[in-house]
Design a protein around this ligand. Sequence first.
Ligand code: 5AD
Ligand code: SF4
Length: 489
Amino acid sequence: MSSHPSSHPSSDPISQARSKKSLFVRTYGCQMNVYDSERMTESLAPLGYEPASSPDGADMILLNTCHIREKASEKVFSELGRLRQIKDAQETEGQRTVIAVAGCVAQAEGAEIQRRAPYVDIVLGPQTYHRLPEMVARATRAAGAVLDTEFPVESKFDHLTAARKVEGCSAFLTVQEGCDKFCTFCVVPYTRGAEVSRPVEDLTAEARTLVAKGAVELTLLGQNVNAYHGMGPDGGEWGLAKLIGALADVPGIERIRFTTSHPLDMDDALIAAHRDIPQLMPYLHLPVQAGSDRILKAMNRKHTADDYRRVIDKLRDARPDLALSGDFIVGFPGETERDFEDTLRLVRDVEYAQAYSFKYSPRPGTPASMAHSHVDEAVKSERLAALQDLLNRQQVAFNRSKVGTVQPVLFDRAGKRDGQLVGRSPFMQAVHADAPERLIGRVVDVRIEEAHPNSLAGTVVTDVVDGVPRSEGRPPNRPEGNMPERVVA
Ligand code: 5AD
Ligand code: SF4
């Protein structure tokens, strides 16, 4: 059985070859899951697991799951059905395949997974990822499944961040986890637990490591990121604005973003940060979910539509070019045509650059799922189509408004066409331009010439001096104290 860790660290070349194992990871859902999958993969490297691009032939298959909407968790069960076939086929050839299910479906439906998919070896919730190597070692030795979905006191971050790798120039940094808001439709407070913030010094240290490994952009993650209240170096409690200030002082960090925020936690300091901290990008994902006060109340959002409008006004006063994104749920129990009209009106007032919208899906155990007044599926579909039509038109208009402007673009990867790079504008738009690969990881000025529904295209601005193009971008790790400078026309 090639997947078993050798019980005797041996010089025998055959057992050494056997100790190399392949790990296939499939990630569903949010960016926090992407971050967690990276950390779990790194934590298994010392056991000899190397990433595989397909589940076929893998020694271990890890599904990092999402429970936010019904479709997401049903996808997991159908994927598990397919994986069982792979596992059975490999077992007949004498190869053991470990199947692990992590993430929010594991947390919320651990017992259900063990019942419906008894061939799953490991079920682990988001707070126990640092115990994965131990669980894998146990599962490869023992028969019988391992279930670990407790909320332990010790922090997984103490164990999981030491070996961080950075792919590309943009890195996630989890600053906060969990949620205490208890919106009545949402599983997150149950699957991710109570709000926990990491200390500022741990985060600045991790940020420095990330810069050393090539990151120039940080996206701060948290289910309720702007409720961040971590311990500061002075022993006091710091909010997100102060944390962003400290991260902006880490040499080499050129761009900072954060997601996802709650309107109630958008305090004045954070609004001012959008005006005062040049590295903080003018893009904000601020979900409102609905525009009707009656529905907002039933959702337990604890704010009205006008409270949200006021927050947006303050943000735009601080940062007039701020691009806004949001999340919307249509067909929440009891939603009438009039309530839905209120949502459309709010969307028209705010004018989003981009947004996500969903049909309400009842999640087991949440208060809203127990309501009696569920909205007809056909009505939900109609409302979703109308809302998405409006949001798409706003997105196209926002993209078009950038045509003719010069935008600083952080190139992060090669494009599909030869000689083309893709990057992000400050407003999170994907931007395509012809540019040499050495500009990956640099912020370069691009004149925007075309707007598409989901991207922009343009030309790198070359400021030619004495025949020498100066649009070389700047080195990713600018020396301490230097202000960011850009190559301009
Ligand atoms: N049904 C539909 N959408 C939901 N979301 C969260 N829970 C549900 C649900 N039960 C959406 C919200 C949230 C986003 C991440 O997913 O809009 O902001
Ligand atoms: Fe879920 Fe966000 Fe509400 Fe928390 S604030 S319960 S994560 S929707």
